[in-house]
Structure formats: C-alpha cells, structure tokens
Design a protein around this ligand. Structure first.
Ligand code: NAD
Length: 350
C-alpha cells in the first residue's frame, strides 16, 4: 500500500472478531492453516532480515501482558497479548490479543486486527511447520494434553499439514476433553479421550502439551517419553511456567524460535544457560539438521515469537483485499495541512 495522498483521509482497515471468523469460514479452516503454515515458513526462511527482540513482558501474580514487535524493514508489526491462567475460572480467555501492521516508510498503520483467534491459528500453524521438519515421517497419531482454547486448532493443523488421523486427548478437567471431542466431530479425525497423560501418549508419534498453569508443572516425566517421538511443548511460555521434567530435555534435541526469548520463557529456562538448542529457522533453511534418526526425541520448545504474528498479520492483510471482511476506521489524525493539527481540532467545532 502506498502512502495516502495529502487530501485522502488515512482510514485504517480493521478486522473485528466477527470478520476474522467470517474470513476463516470464507477460506476454510484447513486451507487457511495450510496457507498460514507456508507463509510462516517463508518468513522463517528470511529470518535474518527481521528486527528481533525478546518480547516486552509485564508480569503480575495473575499473569502477563506482553508486546511483541518486529519488522522486516518494509513492514512493522506488533501484537498485544496476555496470558492469565486463572481467567478461565472466571469465564474469561487465558490468552487474548490484537495486533497492528504499519508501513516502515511512513509509520502509518495499514491494518489493525483482533488476534485472539489469529494467535490460535498462527500457533497451530507454527506447530505444524515445526512438526513438518521434526516429527517422524508418516506420523498418524497425536496426543493433545491440555484441551483448552488452543486444542482444536492444534489438532486440525496437524491433520491438515501432516495428515494425522488420530488425536488422543487428556485434560485434568474432563469437560474440556469432551468439548474438544465434540468440536472435532466430523472433521475426519478419530478422537479418543484418555484418563491420564500416560494413556494419552500411548502410540502417539507427536505429543503436544498445551496446558495453562503459572508454575513449574510436570505434565510429562522422563519415563513416559519413548524413543523417536516429537514433543511440541506450547504451554511453557513464561518465566516460572513450564510443562516438562528437565530429564526429558536432557535426552531430547531441542529446537527453539529465538533463543534469547526462549531461554527466559521456554522449557529450557530450567536448564543451564549453555544448554544446546537449534534455531528452527536454520532447520527450515536447510542450514541445520532437524530429525536425524528414528530414536531421536525432538522437542519444539514453543513460546510464540513476533515473526509468527508478523506472518499472520501479513496473511490477513493479503486475504482481506477485495472482500468486505473489514471496516475502515478513523484511527489516525491526519489533517490536510500536516502542521495544522490544532486547526483541524478547531474546525471540528464548526
Ligand atoms: P486454556 O486455559 O484455554 O486451556 C488450558 C487447559 O489446560 C485447560 O483446559 C486446563 O484444564 C488444562 N490443564 C491445566 N493443567 C493441566 C494438567 N496438569 N494436565 C492436563 N491439563 C491441564 O489455555 P489455552 O488458550 O488453550 O492455552 C494453553 C497454553 O498455551 C497456555 O499456557 C498459553 O499461555 C499457551 N500458549 C502458547 C502459545 C505459543 O505460541 N507457544 C500461544 C498461545 C498459547
């Protein structure tokens, strides 16, 4: 998008929750997840171009509020996102978000959008992208531990991108697993509710942990994890909030998004500062090896990185073009004479 002419009003496209839902239905969820996986992968390939910084986090006893900025030199993006594990008990989402894209050349925003749904979509697409490079070939079965807001998106992305056929669910609250099973009905997946995490991972080549608890939790212990599996650990994404016993990390080959952020927030916060990790973008690029053997345990220590949000925002900006799935909002004060901001205010009384 080029800079607006001086007399044009600089209206900013805004995608509401309602319109984001319409966009997902318009494209089709599985198609969208496949396309988004490819868009994220394309941005991982040009990783070196991006401004990178660990997200700016404001922690409290109840949770965290974070800002996640990045830029590829042409487009800038940020996401506002929270993580409040206790919210669910009060009928609120654990994770909510909105985000913005702006042109680097003018600093003018070019998209404002809800990102609660978009975060679930991009997190699922990122998991699928990582699994595409790390999971055992021909994986058919996934264990999904933690059956909250992210769960169905994770399962459907693994089906759409990797072709898994079975999902084994476990949550400490059985109602969450029942909800997930209900939501996945008719989507071409065999869904099995299990009584504990051990039972859920039986026969699974891909194990996704996606729980929310602000503590060092042990969703998986070392003895539960067999050789050759791929673990996709999503829920440990904040200081003091992890899901895996450290002994699993001692056996696994660990892949991360951006080490300076993951060492603060990921499963590896439990390990020594020089614990070896591979950056996922290097695997995507062919600069590092992903899965190297049948018995290797691969771990994607996912925390969520700004470049994934950038990709998701870029995708939405592209896909709303020519549709009615956005409103134009008057977000930027843009007087005809750029130096006459006061005059614009004054004239608004007339
Ligand atoms: P949610 O609150 O909707 O769901 C979490 C589920 O985990 C709940 O159903 C809860 O009952 C279950 N749970 C808690 N402790 C458990 C345990 N010990 N064993 C089994 N189940 C357990 O949260 P959500 O939106 O689905 O998010 C899940 C996690 O993923 C959160 O921790 C969130 O911060 C994280 N997250 C990470 C990323 C990323 O990019 N890595 C993105 C989004 C969310």
């Amino acid at each position: 998008m080029t800079a607006p002419a001086p007399s044009e009003k600089a209206l900013v496209p805004f995608v509401s929750v309602e319109n984001m839902m319409r966009l997902v239905h318009h494209i089709g969820l599985e198609t969208l997840l496949c396309e988004l996986t490819d868009v994220i992968e394309a941005d991982f390939r040009r990783w070196a171009l991006f401004d990178k910084t660990p997200r700016v986090a404001s922690h409290s006893r109840e949770g965290v509020i974070e800002l996640m900025p990045t830029s590829d030199g042409e487009i800038y993006s940020f996401k506002y996102v929270n993580g409040h594990p206790k919210n669910m008990a009060h009928g609120l989402q654990t994770v909510t978000a909105f985000g913005l894209l702006a042109e680097v050349s003018t600093g003018y925003p070019v998209l404002l959008t809800e990102m609660t749904l978009l975060t679930a979509l991009r997190t699922a697409a990122t998991s699928a992208m990582a699994a595409r490079h790390l999971a055992p070939e021909g994986s058919t079965t996934m264990a999904m531990i933690g059956n909250g807001a992210q769960a169905e998106f994770q399962a459907i992305a693994m089906k759409a991108v990797l072709g898994i056929t079975t999902v084994r669910l476990f949550d400490i609250d059985r109602r969450a697993s029942e909800k997930t099973k209900r939501n996945l009905e008719g989507r071409g997946l065999d869904v099995v509710i299990c009584d504990n995490a051990q039972a859920a991972i039986e026969g699974a080549q891909i194990i996704t942990t996606c729980t929310a608890d602000k503590q060092y939790a042990t969703i998986l212990t070392d003895n539960m994890v067999g050789a050759g599996v791929h673990i996709n650990a999503i829920g440990g994404d904040c200081p003091g909030k992890t899901e895996l016993h450290p002994d699993i990390l001692r056996r696994a080959s660990t892949f991360v998004e951006y080490p300076p952020q993951t060492r603060i927030e990921g499963e590896i916060q439990q390990m020594e500062p020089d614990y070896p990790v591979t950056e996922l973008w290097q695997v995507v690029n062919g600069e590092a090896t992903g899965r190297s053997g049948q018995t290797q345990i691969t771990l994607f220590d996912s925390v969520g990185f700004a470049i994934e949000d950038f990709s998701a925002l870029r995708f939405v900006r592209e896909r709303i073009r020519g549709t009615k799935l956005f409103q134009e909002i008057d977000l930027i004060a843009d007087p005809d004479d750029p130096r006459d901001l006061f005059g614009m205010l004054q004239r608004s009384l007339d």
